[in-house]
Design a protein around this ligand. Sequence first.
Ligand code: TXA
Ligand code: MG
Length: 356
Amino acid sequence: MSRRRNCDKPIECRINKILSVSPHTIPDDEIQAAAALLRAGKTVAFPTETVYGLGADASNPFAVQNIFEIKGRPNYHPLIVHIAAASQLSAWAQNIPDAAWQLAAAFWPGPLTLILQRSSQVPNEVTGGQDTVGLRVPDHPVATALLRAFGGGIAAPSANRFGQLSPTTAQHVHDKMGSKVGMILDGGPCRIGVESTIVSLMHGQAVLLRPGGLSVEAIEDTLNEKILLAQPAAFKVRASGMLDSHYAPATPIEIHPADELWHRAHQLVELGYKVAVLNLSDVNKYVDSGGITSFQLPQLADEYGRELYATLHRIDHASFDRILAEAPPTTQEWLAINDRMQRAAQGTANKNKFLS
Ligand code: TXA
Ligand code: MG
């Protein structure tokens, strides 16, 4: 996926109400109220360009604990610390390699998380007790305004329950955890829709831990070196996004090549299933018929990524029994999407043993 700049369309910013504002006139009162909640150790859900985050004061272990409780996530899984600008890196990390400064200069604000050696001020609760910390500067005017008003780092995982789909609208957050979050800032739908790319710069080597909104090629071009794509077992243990079954809709999902999708859909309908087909090809190829509803997704990776989670949220709401997704292309720009689809489908693969 490519990198894009801030959109300058009007956005909405909501705190128990919806206000239409431009990125340049974000209501200061509301941002100050959100920052005050963070200072008081409460949680605030906020938009980023990738997905919505569930934020808390990264320097307050008790505040951070709230995140784990609301998410239902094991508290040894580390959190990303969001900062307002690269100039704050040194407060959170130490022995920062040149590569980090280069990547920060090239891609922040943007969908890139860097894993660096933590500084002594980072609480164990944020890092899961590891000696590393994940840092990123998000590229969304509401996130930027919040970070500036707050002044410190905001620890924020995606604002979803552990293992479930990430939210790409404020409504998704509200549906899943609305009553538990101190405040939800509504900045409209996320423009990338897939989580950030995570790169570790530990041990003098760039390692891709999670493909995401920033392409691997863009990072390699900037560093002028290849990134290691393998995910060492050491990283797997404590990075929840690396669990084989993750980013999953509630509805079981299977992925099939285009020419097998239709046959499989009919097979399931005969078993009495209500099937949602996620197709990329010509919309007319799959006519909605008894038991089958097709959801057309865009053929460009960027646009597909922006719509994927929102479409899966919609399908979850409509009580289908099974999602059949047409396998996306396997070119580089589809890397993050294929990664998320494979993980989403992992749990279903096990259940399918009973069907086949
Ligand atoms: O786009 C994003 O990255 C969004 C927005 C809100 O910024 N955040 C996000 O956070 O996706 P989360 O926690 O849902 O996923 C972050 C991933 C997790 O798999 C976590 O384990 C991993 O990053 N992670 C965080 N700190 C790490 C560290 N020090 N070492 C290895 N993995 C780390
Ligand atoms: Mg997540």
